[in-house]
Design a protein around this ligand. Sequence first.
Ligand code: ZN
Length: 285
Amino acid sequence: MISGYAQHGHGQKALEVFDEMRRRDFEMDDITFIGVISACTHAGLVDEGQRYFNMMVKDHHIDPTMEHYSCMVDLYSRAGMLEKAMDIINQMPFPAGSTVWQTVLAACRVHRNLELGKHTAEKLISLQPQDSAAYVLLSNIYAATGNWQERAKVRKLMDKRNVKKEAGYSWIEVKNKTYSFLAGDLSHPLSDRIYSKLEELSIVLKEAGYQPDTNYVLHDVEEEHKESILSQHSERLAIAFGLIATPPGTPIQIVKNLRVCGDCHTVIKLISMLEARDIVVRDSN
Ligand code: ZN
């Protein structure tokens, strides 16, 4: 129950269940504390998270595992306290795995920390030489700082190791049939109508005060494509199709294989408001 509440963003509820366990003197194990610390993470309760971690070690004599350290890194990363997150990594009795570095990388994107982002991307490349995201990110960081030589080196390394960037797909189900969309996809029979819907939306969005955010430096999006494909990211095509293929008021549900970019997130919230639709987008994170 603690983990369930934590995962669904009900941090306080999770902590109430934990308190009840304590009142009833139930035995706590390492899993209990993973639940409690992630509850604090999702509720932004940094001090409490640290307190429960200490309680686990000192009062319950549980040795922290990689998962506990991961939780602590996540706790500090999400709160933007990247130095603290790095302290945890440096104090861990074992080397950080790729999950831990991915957590830090995600926070570097959100909190726009180029220096640490670079360090983290390099770590990830050494741990997962076939993961394209870290290479693209590193090359975008070099591009943003005008370091073209280093950028070219990263590109060459990608070619040499034959690393391919995974294509972004979004799926939507309408009347028991699943439709998939690639960025800039023209293959759907209703393509014309989908693009005119997007065109129509972009006018309303601008009237509502929206400005495209092309700052992709800390996203794993190819630099050269960022502007041209921004309005054609696969989830937007899927949503436009959902809007024309379902009656007004029907909720729209999308699944995407990669992470949704910050600009799409903003746009989708506005579309939800302007079109009076509930829109649920589940991405790889
Ligand atoms: Zn996007």
